[in-house]
Every structure is written in structure tokens, then in C-alpha cells.
Ligand binder design. Structure first.
Ligand code: BV8
Ligand code: ZN
Length: 251
């Protein structure tokens, strides 16, 4: 049975119907059909802004040296996201949450679209673009105005300067969130990898943990990726078209 599929086969549906403990890792690709630009275009060139690659713009170094520029970059992305809505891929995963004994949705995305689609148990590995964190008292708070009124925005609790509550390159992931994702990966009998190039760590290590612990690894992506070699099945297609197929009535 070739592991590369062009649609959801009965064998894959059988796996889905029989699963009890499911975990899903998503990346920018699941939001592509909502209009959110992914980080790597088809030819894997890194997205740049004002001539600088995102790994530089979204970096611990830059927030230490030029926090205003990081806010301008993040606010530019907030402007892109402000009007965008979840797509059938997000909605399918919100449905899946009620289908299994245990279900964990792990995302690298900071766009809040999983929550907007109704997903409840979402582990945001890299934070959320609509939240800010105070550099003085560490309070986190919703910061939804776009464009931001003041740069940097001020903490509503102590008035201190705030930063975007997202994980930048070179920064550790939020306390406990990755550990919970690791647990979900380690206990899953079915682990889906959807819309990610799987190059950013430690997130890209989760499918490896799941596979090592005996899970069936299912990838959904219009292209092969760095983890396709270890996937039990790769469905070559768009998340918004493929994921709803799992919910369709059986013949
Ligand atoms: C850390 C938030 C400890 C901010 C993000 C060398 C080797 C290994 C690791 C490293 C290394 N050097 C440095 C590192 C560590 C680094 C890392 O992994 N770098 C990479 C580039 C090699 N990781 C870190 O820094 C992490 N922290 O390690 O801390 C530490 C501490 C100190 C010093 C060292 C280590 C923090 C990483 C988190 C950074 N923040 N985002 C922001 O968004 O601005 S990462 C960001 O980029 C996203 O969150 C995501 O994780 C990543 C982008 O990847 P994808 O989401 O997969 O998107 P991409 O465009 O690449 O792919 C889209 C896919 O979708 C494609 O495959 C495409 O085919 C597919 N697709 C397209 N359309 C569709 C589709 N799929 C389905 N349907 C469609 N319609
Ligand atoms: Zn504060």
C-alpha cells in the first residue's frame, strides 16, 4: 500500500474510525486557504519583509535591540490577519475534537484561527499574535487593536512596555505547553501532521516522538516534506479539501 495518497481512502477512514487517542500538529498550511501567507513559498524561499527574513524579524536578538521594529513587523501581520476567517480545514478539526476519547490540537500558528473555528483544546506552541505580555510584570493580555495605537503597547496592569506574546526564534516555548504536546504525541494512536514543512524545532520533533511511541503518522500537505519519509500515509492535498472528507457519511 503506497503511503502517498491523492485522497482519503477507505483504509485511512478505517484507521480514523478505529482511533481512540488522536493528536494533530498544524502549521501555516492549514491557514493558507484562509488567505494567511505561509512562511515558505512553493520553492521554499523564506518570506522576507523590508528585505529581512522572518527568522531575523521574529528573533530574540531583534526584540532585544529594536523592539519597535518587531512590533511594526507583528502589527503588519496583524493587519493581514484582521479580516481573515477559519476555513473548512479549521472547522473539520473543531469537529474532530468531539469524535475521540482523547484529542489534542497542537499548533505552531499564532493566528488564533483554530479557536475562531471553535476548537477548545488548542496548544499554542508559539503563542498568539492577538496577545501581548508585559516586560515588567509579565501579565499577558488581549491586544486586539490593529494597527497598534502606541508602540510598544502599555501593560494595562502596571503601565510597563509590552511585547507580542509570541515565541521568537532563539526563545524557549511557553512553560508546560511543549510538555503537554509531548505527552499527547507519546500517547496518540493516530498522529496527524497538517500543513507544516516540519523544519522548526522543537515542534518538528513531535511527529518523531509519536512515531517512536507506536502511533500511525498521517500527513496532509499538497507537497512532500522533511517528514514524509516516516509518515505511514501522506495525503497530497489541501487541508480545507482533505480534512472534511474524514467526516463524510460512510457509504
Ligand atoms: C528554541 C512565531 C531553545 C513567531 C515561530 C538548527 C537545527 C535545529 C533547530 C535550530 C537550529 N538553529 C536554531 C534552531 C532552533 C530554532 C529552529 O528550529 N530554527 C529552524 C529555522 C531551523 N527554533 C527555535 O528558535 C525555537 N526555540 O529552539 O528554543 C533555544 C533557545 C536558545 C537558543 C537555541 C535554542 C523557537 C521556534 C519558534 C519561532 N517562532 N513563529 C512568528 O510567527 O513570527 S516559528 C514559525 O515558523 C511558525 O510558527 C512555524 O513554526 C514556522 C513555519 O513553519 P510552517 O508553519 O510549517 O510553515 P511553512 O511555510 O514552512 O510550511 C507550510 C507548509 O504548508 C508547506 O509544507 C506547504 O506545502 C503546506 N501547505 C501550503 N498550502 C497548504 C499546505 N498544507 C495544507 N493545506 C494547504 N492548503
Ligand atoms: Zn505590567
Amino acid at each position: 500500500m503506497s503511503p502517498v495518497l491523492s485522497s482519503v481512502t477507505d483504509e485511512l477512514r478505517f484507521l480514523f474510525d478505529g482511533a481512540r487517542n488522536v493528536a494533530v500538529l498544524t502549521g501555516a498550511g492549514i491557514s493558507a486557504e484562509s488567505g494567511v501567507p505561509t512562511f515558505r513559498g512553493g520553492d521554499t524561499e523564506m518570506w522576507t519583509w523590508r528585505g529581512r527574513p522572518i527568522t531575523e524579524l521574529s528573533s530574540a536578538e531583534l526584540i532585544a535591540t529594536d523592539p519597535k521594529l518587531v512590533w511594526e513587523w507583528v502589527d503588519y501581520r496583524r493587519g493581514l490577519l484582521a479580516t481573515l476567517q477559519p476555513n473548512p480545514g479549521h472547522h473539520a478539526l473543531a469537529e474532530w475534537e468531539h469524535r475521540f476519547d482523547a484529542f489534542t490540537l497542537i499548533t505552531q500558528n499564532i493566528d488564533d484561527l483554530h479557536r475562531a473555528a471553535g476548537s477548545l483544546n488548542v496548544l499554542e506552541l508559539h503563542g498568539n499574535i492577538w496577545r501581548a505580555r508585559c516586560l515588567r510584570c509579565a501579565s499577558t493580555f488581549d491586544a486586539r487593536e490593529s494597527p497598534i495605537v502606541e508602540n510598544p503597547p502599555r501593560c494595562f496592569a502596571c503601565g510597563g512596555p509590552a511585547r507580542p506574546d509570541v515565541v521568537l526564534f532563539g526563545e524557549l516555548l511557553p512553560e508546560g505547553v511543549f510538555e503537554r504536546a509531548e505527552q499527547a504525541a507519546a500517547h496518540a494512536d493516530l498522529f496527524f501532521v497538517i500543513g507544516t514543512s516540519a523544519v522548526v524545532y522543537p515542534a518538528a520533533g513531535l511527529p518523531i516522538i509519536a512515531k517512536q511511541r507506536g502511533a500511525k503518522l498521517i500527513e496532509v500537505n499538497p507537497e512532500m516534506t522533511d517528514i514524509s519519509f516516516m509518515a505511514d500515509m501522506t495525503v497530497l492535498g489541501k487541508a480545507g479539501e482533505v480534512l472534511p472528507r474524514f467526516l463524510e457519511e460512510r457509504g
